[in-house]
Design a protein around this ligand. Sequence first.
Ligand code: ZN
Ligand code: FE
Length: 259
Amino acid sequence: MSARFQVSGVPAFNDNYIWVLHDGRHAAVVDPGEGFPVQRFLKENGLALAAILITHHHGDHVGGVEELLQAQSRPVPVYGPRSEAIAGVTRPVGEPATVALPELDATFRILDVPGHTAGHIAYFGHGALFCGDTLFACGCGRLFEGTPDQMAASLDKLAALPENTAVYCAHEYTLSNIAFAKAVEPDNLQLRERAADAAETRRRGLPTVPSTIGLELRTNPFLRCREPSVVRAVVSQTGTQPTDRVAVFAALRQWKNTF
Ligand code: ZN
Ligand code: FE
């Protein structure tokens, strides 16, 4: 099914992106941590808000929901993870639900991706993935509520999506993620290439997001826990042999926390 929306990033706070799907008339907003910049974007582009999509309960993803709702003349459906209590959510969803946005001719599949938070969900459809703080460009979210087991399984689920899927994560963390990835895999040529590209993109003041699942598979260490190069790096960093892929992932996440 071909949707007719395009996606724009509205910057918020220091490094958040609020993604706005729009077709010239209607818009859906993903993770509005702030209301004001979204309202301004809608107004400037003559867009009517048709839906709000929430990935998880953190303030930098939900802080603008109430303000946005109050600014609308009609009620707007707010989708969010069914297992997290979030003010304003009217359509709690989880796997295997789909979310239909008729105004945008769009339908998204819900993916349960626990790890960063216990109920974190992602929205997948029309070649696009909105994954909040689960998968980042060349990195992944911190484990605030979930186990390494859960997060590794969530990342596996996202890694299995088509390689040309556009990955819209919620933060511009790419350069620092790449610095860590290079420490893990200094000899990964595609990673070096990505590092140069991302540095240039940021020098020009542009977002490095979205990336693609294919690029993440080739360069994101957290999706590469079975690669001998990544296992070797973990062995030399920790001095112990990880027992399985989840142990590699857990060690990488731990290492990144103090990098
Ligand atoms: Zn978060
Ligand atoms: Fe966040």
